[in-house]
Design a binder for this molecule. Sequence first.
Ligand code: ZN
Length: 324
Amino acid sequence: MVKTVYILGAGASAAEGAPVVRNFLRVAYRYFKEERNETDLDIVWDFLEHFYGQRTKISSGEDLDRYPGIDEIFNIVDWYLLHNQAFSRRFSRPRLFHLKNALVKLISMTLDRSLPPQEGIHHSFVTGVLGKGKEPPTFISLNYDIVLDKALRGAGYALEYGFYGSHGDHLASRKKIPLYKLHGSLNWSFCPLCGEISEHEEKVAHLLFGSGNNITCPYCGGENSQAIIIAPTLYKSYKISRLQNIWDGAVGAISHSDRLVIIGYSLEAADTSFIATIKRALNAPDKNREIVVVNPNERACKRYLQIFGEGCEIHCTGFTGQVI
Ligand SMILES: [Zn+2]
């Protein structure tokens, strides 16, 4: 039986209407500053106004196009927090914690506002690929949003996020579909007391604002759960063993696959951790796998030839929910 692994990147969610990294801040500003003033997020705009040193006034969404993408801003803030550093006098460590929470809230709210509640492209895609073969596929997602999660649940499957690694027989018997989300998820909370990640039906990341949130850990009753929205390049710095299990589960799935289908992922040169991970997984064992790419960007399509060679089948087209 053919084992297929689907990897979904930002382009898959963008096909449903999510803003891409490049224009995320502009869209968020329009929603939560221009249309209505979401004061919880003011710290984000304040940080960006002081990003270049002295204050650079932001007066419209277009002003945000000159900034690095939301991912890079998030990475930079996370870097200071993980390395016990401050950014400036204005942005001390406590303020950076506050800023990180606001960024999580901004990402969550912006995705919420721009993505359809259900019945979108992912829904037809999931129905199509699950009806295709006897062997259920494995999904790997690089997105924080829960569009794919909802589509899989909507199709009647329970999800296996791989917090405890992959265990094939166990999965099959429980009719669960593996979905490894390498950058975290908006519906997960991490308990710093016992180290467990809990899954929730709906998004919780934006509720996990430092101390005083209502989410208690179901394993130990601990408080102060945190969001898991992480930068791929920094994931090792988090030293969360459950997260390591998720990455290991993804590697195992790719290693055992016969077909690898990569949708809406641009394979940026900066994504070293993920590229190195896929390449290594494909070599253990090195077998003749089918690699299929769906991406509308010509430059990204050429990148795939650089990394995977001529053998890979490239569809230089957008994701429309087509069954591949
Ligand atoms: Zn706990």
